[in-house]
Design a protein around this ligand. Sequence first.
Ligand code: ADP
Ligand code: ADP
Length: 225
Amino acid sequence: MSLIDLKDIVAGYGGTPILNGVNMAIDASDIGVIVGPNGAGKSTTLKAIFGLLTVTAGTVTFDGQDVTNFEADRLVPMGLSFVPQEHNVFTAMSVHENFEMGAFVRRDDITESLDMVYEMFPDLKAKRRQPAGELSGGQRQMVAMGRALMSRPKLLMLDEPSAGLSPRYMMEIFEQVVKINAAGVGILMVEQNARQALAFATKGFVLTSGQNRFTGTGQELLDDP
Ligand code: ADP
Ligand code: ADP
């Protein structure tokens, strides 16, 4: 059984289905990348997994448990974390406070995790007392990812982490994604920069009109005419 399994997910907003049978399976060793045209339902897929809209048919299984329509308060403690595209940091709080907030589900000592996150994002160490809202877009994205890691997820979902970033920051973010995965965290992400992201995807998914076909690795998808 995979870390997360989506089976024939149907979901939408106010009765209009957007997802019409989405099927995906991701392991802790995987980087899953969802690509596809605007409006296909890529963001909606991540939101449906995270309980931000109602799944009306199909099942989401996470870590061996049926979590269909579970919300963040139950999913995050189980090891599922989500970095949405917008409002992904607390802008008035410092970098450090954002990281501490990310650990809200834990009762143990978070010092080691803080060290790990600052090691992963060294630029943020010098800025740790600055409000996250004062940072550049790329640095804010790193704060959002660091905050999500503080809950020690088994699976990290990212909605277009490179959106609006310069090519340099995009590559930096993608390198961090690969590093996070190498540390044992499964990744499921949506990306507009499909070519660059599929290059390192162990599983590539093309979503069109609320359905996906699984074709193999991202590279296989890139090679498929
Ligand atoms: P993608 O991420 O693939 O660009 P989305 O998942 O954001 O697409 O959107 C899929 C469809 O759902 C689009 O037609 C969009 O207009 C619609 N949609 C997205 N969010 C909402 C919402 N909050 N209420 C109603 N419709 C929405
Ligand atoms: P609220 O409406 O109170 O923010 P949510 O259901 O959105 O409730 O979130 C429940 C809890 O999960 C909150 O304490 C919130 O900080 C946390 N949370 C929400 N989204 C995320 C996320 N992407 N990663 C980690 N924790 C999150």
